[in-house]
Design a protein around this ligand. Structure first.
Ligand code: TYM
Length: 324
């Protein structure tokens, strides 16, 4: 069975972009693949985190996976820092990564602009740790949003380079992105992606937003100048809202266009808000019913499974490189 691997940083409130770009696809793919899902806490600390919050957020992200439908019977769920082979392989891969390859990364450029007081070495070699995450587990497919595709490209380059230098060791992975969900845009600015680090909370729908907040945010969401509900690249704001609607309700964008052809934005927005509320309410109910202790147990079982695979792969890597 082919393997999928993916992860999310515990570094802020998870939002609808994370769900539609990543987690929703994981839930669907977990039945067809051998799935591993990670909470990537070592990636999160490339920007300053408060220890207590990081601890709590790590548990919350795992709880989000479970509440969204990741089944621990089918999927391995674990925390990155609990399997130290990730950092060991990252170090090794650092030694075969060229600086210009990292300088090109758009996420590095964006993040170093946002944190210009703390452009640390970890932020720079962040994609190398991500490559290690993926390559440790012979991953075939990596389901992510579009912003991560560049990191999967560099992962592919590093896998091929290592294989060439030391002999066949790593599987070369493919990205998996879903067209409508790959880039959910900000509600306040459809030219930028929905982001947990956005300045204003009206940029995103958090997975913990209550119904009134959702209604308020959708009402305020920017729309385009003409008043027509049309799915088109020249109407990025409405296109984004249609994508959200389409993915949550499993209706094609064109069908949504047909339904709202002669209707007004306000009607479309009211229905969209109710669709989002209809998704969030059962999700939050499930989320609130899961105890932290239950999550910790699942993470420990996941750690044991992941560790076994990671140890095997690292033994192979060390031997190939001549490390004693
Ligand atoms: P992170 O934590 O920033 O985001 C988690 C996932 O959510 C997707 N995503 C989006 N998708 C659509 N529209 C958006 N507006 C949007 N915002 C976020 C991301 O593409 C991602 O799939 N480096 C990764 C985490 C990582 C990882 C890995 C992923 C570490 N190791 C190995 C896959 C495999 C990150 O920062 O994701």
């Amino acid at each position: 069975m082919k393997r999928i691997f993916s992860g999310i940083q515990p570094s802020g409130n998870l939002h609808l972009g994370n769900y539609l770009g990543a987690i929703k696809n994981w839930v669907e793919l977990q039945n067809k693949y051998d799935p591993i899902f990670c909470v990537v806490d070592l990636h999160a600390i490339t920007v300053p985190q408060k220890p207590k919050e990081l601890h709590q957020k790590t548990i919350e992200v795992a709880k989000t996976y479970l509440a969204a439908g990741i089944d621990p019977e089918k999927s391995t769920i674990f925390v990155q820092s609990r399997v130290p082979e990730h950092t060991e392989l990252a170090w090794i891969l650092n030694t075969i990564t060229k600086l210009p390859e990292l300088e090109r990364m758009t996420q590095f450029k964006d993040k170093s602009q946002q944190n210009n007081q703390n452009i640390n070495a970890g932020l720079f070699s962040y994609p190398v740790l991500m490559a290690a995450d993926i390559l440790l587990y012979d991953t075939n497919v990596v389901p992510v949003g579009e912003d991560q595709v560049q990191h999967i490209e560099i992962t592919r380059t590093l896998a091929r380079r290592f294989n060439q230098m030391f002999g066949e060791t790593f599987t070369v992975p493919e990205p998996h992105v879903v067209k409508e969900g790959m880039r959910i845009m900000g509600l306040d600015d459809p030219t930028k992606k929905m982001s947990k680090s956005a300045e204003s909370a009206s940029n995103y729908i958090s997975l913990s937003d209550d119904p009134d907040t959702v209604r308020e945010k959708i009402k305020k969401a920017v729309t385009d100048s003409e008043k027509e509900v049309r799915y088109s690249d020249d109407k990025p704001a409405i296109k984004n809202l249609i994508n959200i609607y389409s993915l949550l309700d499993n209706i094609k964008p064109k069908e949504i266009e047909d339904i709202y052809r002669d209707k007004r934005y306000s009607e479309f927005k009211t229905d969209l808000a109710e669709t989002i509320v209809g998704f969030l309410e059962p999700f939050q109910e499930k989320y609130n019913s899961i105890e932290d202790n239950e999550v910790l147990k699942i993470l420990e079982q996941g750690r044991i499974k992941a560790k076994e695979l990671a140890e095997k792969k690292m033994a192979d890597v060390r031997e190939k490189m001549g490390l004693l």
